[in-house]
Design a protein. Structure first.
Lengths: 130, 306
């Protein structure tokens, strides 16, 4: 499993692994029920610290993205049902705001942003994104 | 035993000059622990004290739960050591060095030795004196791993290795840690290597601890921020920010490097009313250089309000 990791980024490596796996799942490259590499396998493959990978797996499990079955290994979990709409919205609102700040400084207006969003969404679905 | 290495006020002077000065260090079991510091900071002296090659003047150190002051050498049965310049018998062949290792170390593993030797594609019958520095380092690593270590002490191991061998070297270490739970303590000037493979980083300077953190903590507790102002920036107020270690101004754009968590820094920034705050990428090398400059180490002219 290949993840693009930049060790020199300010984003901690475990966070990059978490984000990378989430993206692979969202893109449908990793599918529910699929077996994840072991911590050891992934650490060696990416030449990253095993403790860092273990930490990332822990977070992914807490967030319900993967699940560990004792003695059988770690698997991609089924898609989460939206249990708490309010919490989900809150989490996304922060990200959207960041996009809006950038958009303002790039001189985009309301219509530009809406159009961009629609296009991105179409693009995402075309490429098999879920 | 939760700490693979622990030192308490460990000190060593040479000709009255302290090389390691009342150093406190804790290295948790199973970590890959990177030691950084400028030339002459005391890194090699520290590692040599841990291996028992030189004796401390005062203070104490423990590796795998045993004092480094113990003289019988049994403590070294499970410690692999790769020095920056490996010292081996120049007239021995590589195989003879391995045979010597197998006699010295009670847990010697021939299978592991052969696997690693073949993996690195080292010449068997060649005498040590004919090997390159990089090859000697690899032979030293093969031996350090074949003795089935619980602790690996590496002093500048990747210096002078070509990129392919360096990558193989790091991968071998990662495999060892992931598979055997071995603790790795290594000093390096190659901060990119450390940034990729280490989970803990300690920096020493003039024999003393500058900081010791997990790499994640370190990244979350040092920030480089660009502040853009529409009016005149309040220079004095910014320079007086607690935790500031670097300050750079060009017109109305001020770049600062500051320690502390963003949650506690943000409210202070709001007070100085920047138009825009942007966090810039800060890699380990930049963090290290910023800390060193704050200590007055370096060549650049640098100023900051005290």
């Amino acid at each position: 499993m290949w993840l693009e990791i930049n060790p020199r980024s300010s984003t901690p490596i475990y966070q990059q692994v978490v984000d990378g796996v989430k993206e692979l799942v969202a893109r449908g490259i990793l599918v529910p029920g699929e077996r994840m590499p072991t911590v050891r396998e992934l650490a060696v493959e990416l030449s990253l610290n095993p403790n860092t990978i273990a930490k990332a797996y822990q977070r992914l499990e807490q967030e319900g993205i993967i699940e560990t079955m004792r003695s059988r290994g770690t698997f991609v979990a089924g898609r989460m049902k939206v249990l708490d709409m309010e919490m989900a919205e809150q989490q996304l609102a922060g990200l959207v705001e960041r996009v809006l700040v950038e958009a303002y400084h790039l001189g985009l207006n309301r219509e530009d942003i809406k159009q961009l969003f629609e296009e991105s969404l179409d693009n995402w679905e075309e490429k098999g994104g879920k | 035993m939760e700490q693979a290495i622990e030192t308490k006020a460990l000190s060593k002077s040479f000709d009255g000059l302290p090389a390691v000065d009342k150093l406190y260090l804790s290295v948790p079991v199973g970590s890959i622990f990177g030691l950084i510091g400028p030339n002459g900071a005391g890194k090699s002296t520290l590692i040599q004290m841990l291996t028992g090659i030189i004796r401390p003047d005062s203070g104490d150190g423990f590796i795998l739960g045993q004092s480094i002051r113990k003289r019988d050498g049994s403590i070294r049965n499970r410690v692999g050591y790769v020095p920056d310049v490996p010292v081996m018998y120049p007239g021995f062949t590589v195989t003879e060095m391995y045979r010597l290792g197998s006699k010295l170390y009670p847990f010697w593993d021939w299978e592991r030795c052969r696997d690693l030797h073949q993996g690195f594609q080292l010449p068997e019958g060649q005498r040590i004196r004919n090997l390159s520095r990089g090859q000697k380092v690899q032979v030293a690593l093969v031996m350090a791993l074949a003795l089935r270590p619980q602790l690996l002490l590496l002093d500048e191991p990747t210096a002078g290795l070509d990129p392919v061998v360096r990558r193989a070297f790091l991968q071998t270490i990662i495999e060892e840690v992931a598979g055997q739970g071995t603790t790795v303590f290594y000093s390096s000037h190659n901060l990119n290597d450390l940034e990729q493979s280490a989970d803990h980083i300690a920096a020493i300077y003039r024999g003393r601890m500058l900081f010791s953190h997990t790499l994640d903590e370190l990244k979350e507790s040092v920030h480089r921020l660009q502040l853009i102002f529409t009016g005149e920036p309040q220079e004095d107020v910014i320079k007086a920010l607690p935790g500031l270690i670097e300050y750079q101004q060009s017109g109305r754009v001020i770049t600062i490097t500051i320690t502390g968590h963003l949650d506690s820094i943000s409210p202070r920034l709001v007070e100085i009313e920047p138009e825009l705050v942007k966090e810039l990428n800060l890699d380990l090398e930049s963090i290290f250089v910023a800390f060193m400059k704050a200590q007055g180490y370096g060549f650049e002219r640098w100023e900051v309000g005290s």
